[in-house]
Design a binder for this molecule. Structure first.
Ligand code: SAH
Length: 341
């Protein structure tokens, strides 16, 4: 049966029209779901009884099941079970500018980045849009908060689940629904060039982040196999085109892995690569995980990298370390749970 949270407002309007009902009924249902947050159709008091029966017949409102929760002062991590038993994670980060939720887009991931925990489980399936929407609704309900920012940086490669991700963005961006502003939504990709070019034509002002993690093909191919399909030159070319068409600034994410990609030479090479591009680099202190051999770069190395980029006129920030205490790096909670830790 279809989950109602999989429907954009326009799809729900189509449904009502097809059933010879007024379109504005769709709007009323949407408000019950997203403004008043009811869990049953029976609570929708301005919808007539026959229609409620029909909705009950055609849709489920099933939510995700919370199977584990790790709470820290400014970060809270959730492990959810989906209706088929698969498990995914979402991480809530409290910033001074608001609450940001890191959402998963797939069960497992096929990108096989060597430093990432998520890829240890190959992709089992894509998440439906509703399973992404429900991560937001459920975290808000559990914590009694409102989420202001969404980053698609949980388990999975968003652009390997393109259509569901785009619809998810439409649903959460809907002013009559959850109403998260497009500028508060960030999609992160390991660099699927064809999809970056497709995304370029999306009219919404959504932010794009690229997991670059290396200044050249030799290093990048070693840690990110996707680089063999879409090497750095092609990736940078696509990003330049994206910026030209959208006029939007792009973020490059750069994990600092000790003795892999964190030398001064790497910083100089990166500065050259990104020169003149309307972008900024987000340096990410690596979140170590027990199954993977990489170590995080020292504070001194991170600062040296930062300074070198700065001196070369590259906009750069260092990401606040949130996740290490609650094992919040991509895929870590699921992984630990499976092992019964
Ligand atoms: N597949 C997408 C989105 C999910 S990963 C992508 O690759 O962008 C989100 C970000 O977390 C990526 O930049 C990823 O490289 C990074 N990441 C993965 N494991 C990490 C770890 N252990 N510590 C810090 N960042 C990590």
């Amino acid at each position: 049966m279809n989950n109602i949270y999989d429907y954009s407002l326009s799809e729900l309007k189509d449904y009502f029209r097809e059933n010879n009902e007024k379109e504005f009924k769709a709007l009323q249902v949407y408000e019950w779901l997203y403004k008043k947050r009811v869990h049953t159709f029976g609570e929708m008091t301005n919808i007539k009884k026959e229609m409620i029966e029909k909705l009950n017949h055609d849709f489920t409102l099933e939510h995700l099941r919370v199977v584990a929760k790790e709470v820290d002062k400014d970060v809270c991590k959730f492990l959810f079970e989906l209706s088929d038993g698969n498990k995914i994670e979402a991480v809530l980060m409290r910033h001074d500018y608001g609450n940001s939720l890191c959402v998963s887009t797939q069960v497992g991931c096929n990108m096989s980045c060597s430093f990432c925990e998520s890829g240890r489980l190959k992709k089992v399936r894509n998440l439906g849009s509703y399973e992404m929407v429900l991560q937001i609704l459920q975290v808000e309900e559990e914590l009694g908060i409102r989420i202001s920012h969404v980053v698609l940086m949980g388990i999975g490669e968003p652009f390997d689940n393109y259509d569901n991700v785009i619809k998810f963005i439409d649903i959460i961006n809907e002013p009559k629904g959850i109403d998260i502003g497009a500028r508060h939504i960030t999609v992160s990709t390991s660099g699927l060039v064809n999809k970056i070019l497709e995304f370029m034509n999306n009219k919404k002002q959504v932010n794009l982040a690229i997991s670059l993690h290396a200044p050249n093909n030799v290093i990048r191919s070693k840690i990110m196999p996707i680089n063999k399909a879409y090497p750095i030159e092609e990736l940078i070319k696509a990003v330049k085109k994206y910026i030209e068409v959208t006029n939007r600034r792009v973020t490059f994410e750069y994990i600092m892995l000790d003795n892999v990609n964190d030398t001064k030479e790497c910083a100089l090479e990166l500065s050259k690569l990104l020169k003149g591009i309307n972008c900024y680099v987000n340096i990410i202190p690596y979140n170590e995980t027990s199954h993977i051999k990489y170590k995080k770069s020292s504070y001194e190395k991170i600062m040296q990298f930062y300074d070198t980029l700065k001196k070369n006129n590259i906009n750069v920030t260092i990401r606040k370390e949130f996740g290490s205490k609650v094992r919040a790096a991509c895929g870590q909670l699921r992984s630990n749970y499976e092992e019964g830790k």
